[in-house]
Design a protein around this ligand. Sequence first.
Ligand code: MLT
Length: 207
Amino acid sequence: MTADFIHVFEPPAEPGGPILLLLHGTGGNEHDLVPVAGMLLPGAGVLSPRGQVLERGMPRFFRRLAEGVFDIEDLKLRTAELADFVTASAAQHHFSMRDVTAVGFSNGANIAAALLLLRPEVLGAAVLFRAMVPLTPDALPRLGATPVLISNGKMDPLVSAEETERLAALLRSAGADATVSWQNSGHDLTERDVITAREWLAQRQAR
Ligand code: MLT
């Protein structure tokens, strides 16, 4: 039985067009990144679920034990539920999972990275804003040159440069085509992140 997520779905402007899987940060919801999607890839469809874990009333995609310390069993379970939701949505709305690009911020970026590591078949690409290493999988997935953009902040008090490079190395060791882009910022999403991701997505669409 597929977990049902409260979500927003908007079809792409053209049938068979790209779909952005929008994954909000802690305390966000399914509406947060919809305006950003319009800036990133105009005409793309949108699938935007709300995380099902509540931390003091704030939605998240998986439990954490402390800041940056994740409940790995819960993360694995929630990643599987989200992957099943994307699979079911693809069947319902007739899109291909190869056309799905995850766009995640913070907690949403972390579950997007977990999808890449545990259920790579549900994503064609990923844009990770302020991502950490969510977990180290028992076996490396085969990411077959899946394009991944990691856009992190140089002054982020939550995610170090070392952790960012560790995530990129982990994804590359699984075959992903991972690019790291550094912003002059902290943990918050900036205009520069949006511009960087928009250009990166446009280049991929042009191929
Ligand atoms: C957050 O606040 O969401 C964290 O920095 C990332 C996470 O807990 O996944």
